[in-house]
Design a protein around this ligand. Structure first.
Ligand code: MRU
Length: 347
């Protein structure tokens, strides 16, 4: 349904929709190196865990194209530097490292290939990662849609939609799949302070698809739950620890606590690539802190007094005990814990 590409390969370069400009302007920026893509990730041109992974894979592929005429040693040295720059772009979403590991494994397997053949194979791998992401989101959507009744009112936080992935979305992919299956779903979008992914991105992307959406201030969620106006919460994740703790956009934890207080199911939609089996618990997940200017204003507008002290952690951790179910491309895991997650990953 959604007609905009989050990222696309055109004429030998990567183009990414500039998510900082949405919804005011739909603009694509062009990228031709790993360093440039790392900058695009850091500066939030592209954001959302799976989309960051796809962008990083293309960053590696672009670097290989850029170094295609170099001797083998210089090529490998440059590739290493490119991957290091990409790995340093943002710390929390594990899909970034998952995609880089997959690209590195591909490169390692090409030990006997010529540099041009290796570059071609890396581009094919980046295309594969991106294509798979859409397919997996559709599978996740199908599993999740089965959990929603007709006329469900779903609260979501941040943007876990087509814009956060290669297409369809994780949390919003479930909504899209439910709508495609003929269910009437109404989404309540938390605005998601401070970067406003809910107000700017979720509200816009659902409007584009004609899916009913009501934007609310983050602090209105509790009242709506108490009034009985929310049937389910569905969010995405940036990293899921081995014990089921969920790192997602700051404010997710508060929503999960509210949902438990009101007996509302709290679902987390995650591709397997977002599960970090070596991260023992959420306490160990690195939480990104971003610039104070994201809290004191937006764009050119500043509303807080100059010089005020600010904290801006942009993710939080929701303990597994608050999660009703995980929804992955493989199915649904109710009341997730370490044992069930291990079994889900093995199966
Ligand atoms: O800082 P962002 O916009 O990259 O954070 C994104 C989120 O927290 C999303 O909810 C998460 O990546 C899930 S996306 C499918």
């Amino acid at each position: 349904m959604f007609k905009f590409d989050t990222l696309r390969w055109r004429d030998g370069v990567l183009e990414m929709i500039d998510q900082r400009a949405l919804p005011a302007r739909v603009e694509y920026l062009k990228y031709d190196s790993a360093a440039a893509v790392a900058d695009g990730i850091r500066s939030m041109v592209v954001r959302g865990a799976p989309a960051i992974g796809c962008a990083a894979a293309y960053g590696v592929a672009l670097e290989a194209q850029r170094l295609i005429h170099k001797p083998r040693d210089a090529f490998l040295y440059g590739m290493e530097q490119g991957m290091t720059a990409l790995a340093a772009s943002r710390p929390t979403a594990v899909n970034l490292y998952w995609a880089l590991n997959r690209m590195r494994a591909k490169l390692d397997n090409l030990r006997d290939a010529t540099v041009p053949a290796a570059a071609d194979a890396l581009l094919a791998e980046a295309h594969a990662i991106t294509g798979e992401d859409v397919r997996l989101n559709r599978q996740m959507g199908m599993h999740g849609a089965a959990l929603l009744n007709d006329s469900s009112r779903v609260l979501t936080h941040c943007n876990a939609g087509a814009l956060a992935t290669a297409g369809h979305g994780t949390a919003l992919g479930i909504v899209r799949s439910a709508v495609e299956a003929g269910k009437r779903v109404h989404v309540f979008a938390n605005e998601t302070r401070p970067f406003l992914q809910g107000a700017r991105l979720t509200a816009w992307e659902l409007q584009q698809d004609g899916i009913p959406v009501t934007l609310i201030a983050d602090n209105a969620a509790g009242l709506l739950m108490r009034l009985g106006e929310i049937d389910a919460v569905i969010v995405g994740a940036d990293r899921l620890a081995a014990n089921g703790d969920v790192a997602n956009k700051i404010g997710t934890y508060s929503v999960a606590v509210l949902a438990r207080r009101h007996g509302i199911p709290f679902y987390v939609a995650v591709p397997i690539s977002t599960i970090d089996p070596v991260m023992p618990s959420g306490a160990c997940i690195p939480i990104e802190e971003r610039a104070a200017s994201e809290v004191t204003g937006y764009g050119r507008t500043q509303w807080a007094p100059s010089g005020v002290a600010v904290r801006n952690p942009v993710f939080d951790v929701t303990p597994a005990e608050l999660v009703t179910a995980l929804i992955t491309e493989r199915g649904v895991v109710f009341a997730p814990d370490r044992t069930k997650i291990r079994a889900h990953l093995a199966g």
